[in-house]
Design a protein around this ligand. Structure first.
Ligand code: ASP
Length: 364
């Protein structure tokens, strides 16, 4: 702090001095000393970005791939895991969220955090952190589609972009951000849209939040829903997450899968319906079985975008279905089925009140 003040006074004195005009012509941008750079912590969890033939890259090895990163940030590293995204357990998710929260709490000068993840379930992890880490500081989730042994590996570029966003003051308060392919997307909105292409992460109807260009990080818009610092979810007392399953609507689908999930201990079920909420086959029977046992059923759409409105409580049948309406049936709003599942898991750590849970689906 004192050093920074002294430096500012020195610069001011110098600018006011008669030599400054001449010096300004000769001045070249110098990389600032590491200690003056925003510190950004990489917490590596694995994924294709690390998955080199013959062994996975560590957090330190990932940072070593970006010799230029010190132009924007002073990197620090932490190895949390080194697994494919789908191999991380929900217990590890909890531990990771708590770890980031503790780190940001203890290290008040840390500018931001970068988490590397496999891309398969990256959007799920990002949204989980978006809802559960209560901080304004940037948390960036990054990965890559090509592995370090492949021609055209884009992992180092994505990681450097992630560090740049994490170090950018403009990124504060915007929730957890996903950075790949020079683009910044919101954890809540982004989804993996292609199994292989580099531009796989898209926010469909909503679009990108910003870009990471050569000159600077640029934001164009914000997510207005609640997240991070404004989230009500507190994981400190939570030891395990409740089971919530996702089931899809398809022609002639059997309701007994819903019953089976309930019988196996699901506390919530997310229905990925084919349109705006209608079911098929005998699924309404399954839904009635679930809600009759106090299991929450969240209605979402499998279409990739669009909204399921909170139902009007008239007590009549919903859409074409004959299922009796239950207060345990919740409208998933515009959340993708897998995002709705994460919100429901967190909601159930706080409340069993249907009105409260519906409120959460309108606010997050
Ligand atoms: N299978 C990998 C994973 O999700 C894919 C990736 O990282 O892109 O870990």
């Amino acid at each position: 702090m004192r050093a920074r003040l002294a430096r500012r006074l020195f610069v001011l004195t110098f600018l006011l001095s008669p030599w400054s005009a001449h010096a300004a012509v000769q001045a070249r941008p110098q990389p600032a000393a590491a200690s003056e750079m925003p510190r950004v912590r990489l917490i590596a969890t694995g994924g294709t970005i690390s998955n080199k033939v013959g062994g996975r890259l560590t957090a330190d090895e990932l940072v070593a791939l970006m010799p230029d990163v010190t132009r924007w940030a002073h990197p620090e590293t932490e190895q949390f895991a080194n697994l494919a995204s789908g191999e991380l357990t929900l217990g590890q998710w909890l531990a990771l969220s708590k770890r980031i929260a503790a780190l940001l709490d203890q290290d008040r000068d840390l500018a931001g955090v970068v988490v590397t993840s496999g891309t398969d379930t990256l959007e799920e992890l990002a949204y989980f952190l978006d809802l559960s880490v209560r901080s304004d500081r940037p948390i960036i989730v990054a990965g890559s589609m090509r592995n370090p042994s492949t021609l055209g590996y884009e992992g180092a570029a994505n990681l450097q972009d992630a560090f740049r966003v994490a170090a950018a003051p403009e990124a504060r308060g915007r929730g957890v951000l996903v950075v790949l392919n020079d683009e910044i997307n919101a954890a809540r909105e982004v989804t993996k849209t292609d199994a292989l292409r580099l531009n796989t992460f898209q926010s469909r109807a909503y679009g990108i939040l910003g870009v990471v260009d050569a000159d600077r990080v640029v934001f164009y818009r914000d997510v207005v829903k609640r997240h991070t610092a404004k989230s009500e979810f507190e994981l400190a007392p939570v030891a395990t997450l409740p089971r919530v399953d996702v089931l899809m609507v398809y022609q002639g689908a059997p309701g007994d899968l819903i019953k089976a999930a309930v019988d196996q201990g699901a506390r919530g079920i997310v229905m990925a319906t084919a349109g705006a909420g209608a079911t098929s086959g005998t699924q309404d029977e399954g839904i009635a079985y679930a809600t009759g046992k106090g299991v929450f059923v969240v209605i979402t759409t499998r279409t990739g975008s669009g909204r399921i409105a909170a139902r009007v409580r008239t007590g009549g049948p919903r859409g074409t279905s004959s299922a009796a309406r239950s207060e345990y049936q919740i409208a998933g709003e515009d959340l993708a089925p897998i995002k709705a599942r994460i919100l429901l898991m967190l909601a159930l750590t706080k409340t069993q009140d249907p009105t409260d849970i519906q409120r959460m689906f309108t606010e997050y």
